[in-house]
Design a protein around this ligand. Structure first.
Ligand SMILES: Nc1ncnc2c1ncn2[C@@H]1O[C@H](COP(=O)(O)OS(=O)(=O)O)[C@@H](OP(=O)(O)O)[C@H]1O
Length: 304
């Protein structure tokens, strides 16, 4: 088991090693109009992904980068483990669009239920997810903390290229010239589908407020029936402190950087008043009056 776990850290180390040679300018390539990092994505893998055969019991987890996907992956793994006592250690890069094109062949051997995490837009998901009616959990985080987390990640991981300043990053984030493209495009696309059958939205902020209640909701959505004790066990293991402590063991050197601060409102340490207002205006223009705006409690979490 320990050997398999190391395989994931090996995969991450390989990506970091590959990242070393890149400048910011060369980091992104476009596939069907969206920028992705060349260090983990390729056109060949995207083409192979179209043929991924989803299963009815796959647990699809969608999020824009830095919204807490790795948190949710552990919660889902723990839900599977506590309720069925089966543990599958994923040795692949966790996101379905990342890695080599052969990964989908290897994934055919994975036992059910598989966790299919992705940062992709609705329109770019493999069609079999819809055809086979796999359930899709969409995780959102307010855009200000998302941007702050994204910036710190680039600037704290020594192997990946850094931005010259927060101002430079902010401007690239606002115009969608960052890995996986625009937060706002992602949000607008997913907002159209959050009431679809087999889709459930959950927010980072709500999970922070009451993790046990979030775990219960997620369990019900995916058809698990954990006891109150099991829910509490999963929530305890999923606290930021608990996950940060284990992050190096699971993710290698990047672990403590990935699990950086885990807070709501940290954006206030970076945003100028003008940047805050610019984002408020963009959010209003793209998502004002939507269900997603209400779910995100934008006025509570994004106003100083
Ligand atoms: N348990 C728990 N509680 C609270 N917050 C948590 C937790 N686990 C991860 N995180 C925070 O999620 C941010 C990383 O998001 P992702 O895992 O989606 O990153 S990535 O896109 O896959 O690289 C990153 O946010 P920041 O701390 O603001 O940078 C992580 O700290």
């Amino acid at each position: 088991m320990a050997k398999q776990q190391n395989k994931l850290t090996d995969e991450i180390e390989k990506v970091l090693e590959k990242s070393k040679g890149f400048s910011l300018k060369d980091l992104l390539f476009f596939y069907q109009g969206t920028p992705y990092p060349v260090t983990v994505c390729s056109a060949e893998t995207f083409q192979a992904l179209e043929n991924l055969e989803a299963r009815r019991d796959d647990m699809v987890l969608v999020s824009y980068p830095k919204c807490g996907a790795n948190w949710l992956i552990q919660l889902l793994n723990d839900l599977i483990f506590t309720t069925s006592q089966t543990k599958h250690i994923n040795t692949e890069l966790p996101f379905i669009e990342c890695g080599d094109p052969e990964k989908y062949q290897r994934m055919k051997q994975f036992p059910s239920p598989r966790i299919l995490a992705t940062h992709l837009h609705y329109d770019n998901l493999p069609k079999s997810i819809f055809k086979n009616k796999a359930k899709i959990l969409v995780l959102f985080r307010n855009p200000k903390d998302t941007a702050a987390s994204f910036f710190h990640f680039y600037n704290n991981v020594t192997e990946v290229p850094s931005y010259n300043s927060w101002d430079e990053f902010f401007s690239e984030f606002m115009s969608g010239k960052v890995s996986w493209g625009s937060y706002f495009d992602h949000a607008v696309t997913w907002n159209k589908h959050i009431e679809d059958e087999n889709v459930m939205i959950i927010t980072y902020e709500d999970l922070k407020e009451n993790l046990a209640s979030g775990v219960k909701q997620i369990a019900e959505f995916f058809g698990f029936s954990p006891t109150a004790e099991q829910i509490q066990f999963i929530a305890d293991r999923g606290s930021f402190q608990a996950m940060r402590e284990k992050s190096q063991e699971i993710y290698g050197s990047v672990g403590p950087i990935l699990f950086r601060k885990g807070a709501v409102g940290d954006w206030k340490n970076l945003f100028t008043e003008a940047q805050s207002q610019e984002m408020d205006a963009k959010f209003k223009e793209c998502l004002g009056g939507t269900k997603l705006e209400a779910n995100l409690k934008y006025d509570v979490h994004c106003k100083a």
